[in-house]
Every structure is written in C-alpha cells, then in structure tokens.
Design a protein around this ligand. Structure first.
Ligand code: FES
Length: 156
C-alpha cells in the first residue's frame, strides 16, 4: 500500500514536471515566433529610427489660421500643420533635422527657430541657416472631408 502511494506521488510529480516543461517550451516558442515575425515584417521607422504609426487624424482644416502653424501630436512626434494662402495644408515634422530639438514658431520673424543650435527655417520648412543639414522633414498628408490625416515621412 505504501509503495502504491509513493508511486502515485512520483507519477504526479513526473506529470507536473512534464507539464512544466511543455509550458516552458510553449512560452519560449511563442516569444521565438514573435521575434521571427518581427524580423519578417519589421516596423516602419522614421529617418531617425522612431516607429511610424501610419495614418492618423491630427486636426481639422477649420482649426487652422493661414500663416500660423499649428503644432499637433503625431505618435511619438510633433508635426506643424500650415495652411497656405491658396487654402492647401502642409504637414512638416517639428523635429530639427540637426539633432531633433523641437522647433518653435517665431510669430515676429515668421520662421521656425531651433532653440538648441540656432538653425532657422521658413514657414514651408526650407532651411535658412544654421547647422541643420537639410530642410525640415515633410510629412504625408491627405484630407478626409475637413479632417487632416498625416501618414509618415514624405521625403525620407
Ligand atoms: S538641433 Fe536644431 S540646430 Fe541643432
């Protein structure tokens, strides 16, 4: 009787260890498949390595004033929406192309100024001067009715 009980306990322990091994392999396999899937379809990245978030509604045309850039969030980043005299809207990334400091709109000089190293840009994002190596990054944009939808970097 005592031997039978001991054998029953061993079976239970063996079953538990088998179950634990199977569960560990399943979890490991799950994460391995996830890693493999990421390698097959890597996430889209911005020129600076940030994860792009695809098309996002960021505002409405009616909320914009001509000649006054509006700063909006786009995923991990900031984007300026600019309504032009012809009524069209531009979206340009607010990160300075030098080392990504957030550009500020200067209403007096009508340009974007970088607080870090002094680069400056026109309202269209064209580089005026400073260490920035290029114009501001243009963003893809489409209108859905009055909604402004931004979709990642246009010129990367
Ligand atoms: S980060 Fe803008 S000039 Fe350096």
């Amino acid at each position: 009787m005592g031997g039978f009980a001991k054998k029953a306990i061993e079976l239970t322990r063996r079953d538990f260890l088998s179950w634990l091994t199977a569960a560990s392999l399943s979890v490991t396999g799950f994460f391995a498949l996830g890693t493999l899937a990421k390698q097959i379809t890597p996430p889209t990245r911005s020129p600076e390595g940030l994860t792009e978030v695809g098309w996002l509604a960021v505002g409405t045309v009616d909320s914009l004033t001509e000649g006054l850039p509006k700063l909006v969030e786009y995923g991990e980043e900031w984007v300026y929406l600019v309504k032009k005299a012809d009524g069209l809207v531009n979206a340009i990334n607010a990160a300075c192309p030098h080392v990504r400091c957030k550009l500020g709109w200067n209403a007096n000089t009508k340009r974007f100024d970088c607080p870090c190293h002094g680069s400056a840009f026109t309202i269209d994002g064209k580089r005026l001067y400073g260490p920035a190596p290029r114009d501001m990054f243009a963003m893809k944009l489409r209108l859905e009715g009055k909604n402004i939808v931004v979709g990642g970097y246009a010129d990367a």
